[in-house]
Write a protein that binds this ligand. Structure first.
Ligand SMILES: NC(=O)C1=CN([C@@H]2O[C@H](COP(=O)(O)OP(=O)(O)OC[C@H]3O[C@@H](n4cnc5c(N)ncnc54)[C@H](OP(=O)(O)O)[C@@H]3O)[C@@H](O)[C@H]2O)C=CC1
Ligand SMILES: O=C(O)C1=N[C@H](C(=O)O)C[C@H](O)C1
Length: 249
């Protein structure tokens, strides 16, 4: 019988962490060797001989956690937001010194969300206008969401060289037109009762296309987390976005 992959969860007391602990425990090919929180030393990863770290904490701590894992030869599957291009570049440089280690940073693990962002990138060049509305639970600490940032970047890439969207706004209250992410307006809603939702609106003369995805709970992310854990050990270097592990062409 093949040995089970040894997996640790960091941020195990959080909404996502708790769900990830359960998902790993249920998976027959995985062994949960550590469920760690803020007060646990990272050395627990070494003592428990973890092979893969699932990192689901907060933007301020994620980078240091992942760097610790990489420096000790542990693969990482990261769901925490806040991984801008400077942090990614610095991680790539570290990974170059540890060529056997893989890291997946996934702004969104929900397969429907990954597909919706990919469809949005495909649609982007065919419409005059595009705006993103992301809607989340009010406990979320970051805005815009990591998913919205990623979707906006994919859309902007696809629209390179095209004219800017028509917009005659001359006077606006601060924030009224959302945050501009690579030129794409992103509007963040925080509303009690919601969990994680996003709508990408495309418009041209006489027509509109809406691409909406809804996550109703942490369960929506677990199949993607497990794909990440099972794939990361054979994908050295940094992969940004779960789409990098899927066949979406
Ligand atoms: N990629 C994806 O598909 C998804 C990503 N996310 C992202 O994942 C992250 C976690 O989300 P969520 O679970 O909802 O958030 P929570 O606030 O519920 O959980 C975060 C957890 O991290 C712990 N924590 C904080 N600092 C550290 C640290 N230095 N070391 C270890 N643990 C720490 C917190 O502990 P304490 O309570 O003691 O502070 C808490 O238990 C967020 O960035 C969120 O945006 C969320 C959903 C899906
Ligand atoms: O904080 C959350 O809840 C979520 N965070 C991720 C993001 O910022 O995109 C993924 C999902 O939207 C849930």
């Amino acid at each position: 019988m093949t040995e089970k992959l040894r997996v640790a969860v960091l941020g195990a007391g959080g909404r996502m962490g708790q769900a990830a602990v359960q998902a790993v425990e249920k998976a027959e090919d995985l062994e949960l060797v550590a469920a760690l929180g803020r007060t646990d030393p990272l050395e627990r990863l070494l003592e428990t001989e973890a092979q893969v770290l699932i990192e689901l904490t907060v933007p301020d701590s994620s980078e240091a956690n992942v760097r610790f894992a990489v420096e000790h030869g542990i693969h990482a599957v990261v769901g925490t937001t806040g991984w801008g291009s400077a942090k990614q570049d610095s991680l790539r440089a570290l990974l170059a010194e540890h060529p056997e280690v893989g890291v997946l940073i996934a702004p969104n693990f929900a397969l429907g969300s990954v597909l919706a962002s990919s469809f949005a990138a495909k649609a982007a060049k065919y419409f005059d206008s595009v705006e993103i509305i992301e809607l989340h639970h009010p406990h979320k600490v970051d805005a815009p969401s990591g998913t919205a940032l990623r979707t906006a970047q994919l859309i902007a890439q696809a629209r390179k060289g095209l004219p800017a969207a028509p917009d005659s706004t001359e006077k606006a209250l601060d924030g009224a037109r959302g945050a501009s992410v690579d030129g794409v307006p992103v509007h963040s809603v925080r509303l009690a009762g919601l969990y994680a939702h996003q709508e990408v609106l495309f418009g041209s003369e006489g027509e509109q296309l809406s691409l909406r995805h809804d996550s109703f709970g942490q369960a929506s992310f677990m199949p993607g987390v497990l794909i990440g854990v099972r794939t990361v050990t054979s994908r050295p270097g940094l992969t940004f976005g779960l789409d990098g592990y899927l066949d979406l062409d």
